[in-house]
Design a protein around this ligand. Structure first.
Ligand code: DTR
Ligand code: ZN
Ligand code: ZN
Ligand code: CA
Length: 451
């Protein structure tokens, strides 16, 4: 009997196990692809909607927000710093855009250094209130300048992504919440105030916080925060699609508003194009720009104006924000309880080398669950001979069964639960079986993973 690995819904698996399906399908039936069933047999795969593709974020729109913020600084003493009129005017501008676009906005006040500060929170109606994806940027500048790259760039990129959500009337699985923080330059004051005043029950609903602080540096690097693996991978996948190499952000820990969320155990990620560190020649080789020069020579200076922006970096990173928001808010692209299985027989050599049987998982986002079900069906007399492991796509082994000389019963037909939350879901998983004692023999009949 030679079938190959395929993906079925739980219901279809029941049919399959009842022998009603004789599908011989490609080893990796990608979700949304053709149903994994032979012609004439009952439709077997739930074709769940894959994550919708994010729209392109128009650079001109992002730059228009920057121009507005520049004008606001110009009309208010040359800056948009905490406690200065230019900051409140920046809040009012962003809030007006979001109110007009259908967001539910809240202005949260706090006091820092004797002055009133403001956070702007914008909720997009809909989505699972128990799964909140957040994206944010600090809106304040230092007092020495208008703060276009730091951090008008992040503020404008997040704002335009929110407006794109409205234009698309996106209805993601998760609830979307956007935020613009006050007094970041005084020490993450606004974002820390928000997190500290969020009841723990509300904190636990936040599935991730995406931070964007300096995403248009004039001599840009493309840095991805190395925090939550699924969020990091989402950004890396986006840049891989552009053919743009990225580096891990190494100076960022604690240096921006994601730290306020990370400090209370919320998954975080983000993007950064560099500040006062200098670009190496190797980095100039891969990214262009000027080696030996700071990524942003106007960091925290009066020259951090709209001319202190690299349009390509701002455009790419704004699109990356949208990609991450669309992708990470879609929930899992395949319904829970999705089964990936193989029914191919693999003979187990008596008292010999280990053998493996593979199942390929694709189309999922993020990591495998902490309760990954591994259903095995091994036909073998005197099962005490057998050692059984699950191998994750990266080769990590999870021991399912040890040998036991005294266990003379036949067959291993059972389901194990494995905490595979450290493993990326997509890839080729293997069941490894070894017969470590002479005489009794058998074979792997089938096995399956249920996510
Ligand atoms: N703290 C930010 C700028 C900054 C400097 N290094 C990093 C690394 C990652 C994010 C941000 C930053 C500020 O001055 O606003
Ligand atoms: Zn700064
Ligand atoms: Zn900043
Ligand atoms: Ca044996």
């Amino acid at each position: 009997m030679s079938h190959s690995a395929h993906r079925r819904t739980a219901a279809a698996t029941a049919l399959a196990l009842a022998g009603l399906l004789t599908a011989a399908v490609p080893a990796t039936a990608a979700p949304g692809g053709p149903p994994a069933s032979a012609p004439g047999s009952p439709a077997s795969a739930a074709t769940s909607p894959a994550a919708l593709a994010a729209p392109d974020i128009p650079l001109a729109n992002v730059k228009a927000h920057l121009s507005e913020l520049q004008s606001i600084a110009g009309a208010n003493g040359g800056n948009r710093a905490h406690g200065r009129p230019g900051y409140k005017a920046s809040i009012d501008y962003v809030k007006a855009k979001l109110d007009a676009a259908g967001f539910t906005t809240t202005v949260q006040q706090f006091t820092s250094s004797g002055a009133t500060g403001y956070n702007l929170i914008a909720d997009w109606p809909g989505g699972d209130p128990n799964q909140v994806l957040m994206a944010g940027a600090h809106l304040d500048s230092v007092s020495s300048g208008p703060g276009m790259n730091d951090n008008g760039s992040g503020s404008a990129g997040v704002l335009e992504t929110a407006l794109a959500v409205s234009r698309a009337q996106l209805q993601p699985a998760k609830h979307l919440r956007f935020a613009w923080w006050g007094a970041e330059e005084l020490g993450l004051v606004g974002s820390r105030y928000y997190v500290n005043n969020l009841p723990s029950a509300e904190r636990s609903k936040i599935s991730g916080y995406l931070n964007f602080d300096m995403i248009g540096s004039p001599n840009p690097g493309y840095f991805v925060y190395d925090d939550d693996p699924a969020i990091e991978q989402t950004f890396k996948d986006f840049y891989a699609g552009l053919g743009v190499p990225t580096e891990i952000e190494t100076e960022g820990d604690g240096r921006s508003d994601h730290a306020s969320f990370k400090n209370v155990g919320i998954a975080v990620g983000g993007l950064f194009t560099g500040a006062s560190r200098t670009k190496s020649s190797a980095q100039a080789q891969k990214w262009g720009g000027t080696a030996g020069q700071a990524f942003d020579r106007c960091y925290h200076s009066s020259c951090d104006t709209t001319s202190n922006i690299n349009d390509t970096a701002l455009d790419r990173n704004s699109d990356a924000i949208a990609h991450a928001v669309w992708t990470l808010s879609a929930g899992s692209t395949v319904p829970p309880g999705e089964v990936y299985e193989t029914t191919g027989d693999v003979a187990i050599p008596d008292n010999g080398a280990a053998v493996t049987s593979s199942v390929t998982v694709s189309g999922r986002t993020g990591n495998a669950p902490a309760t990954l079900k591994v259903g095995v069906d091994i036909k073998h007399t005197w099962r005490g001979d057998l050692v059984v492991d699950l191998l994750a796509p990266d080769g990590t082994a999870y021991r399912l069964k040890n040998s036991s000389g005294s266990d003379s019963a036949d067959n291993v037909i059972t389901t194990y639960t494995v905490n595979a939350s450290a493993e990326a879901a997509n890839g080729t998983w293997k069941l490894r079986v070894q017969d470590v004692a002479a005489q009794d023999t058998g074979y792997i009949d089938s096995w399956r993973l249920t996510f």
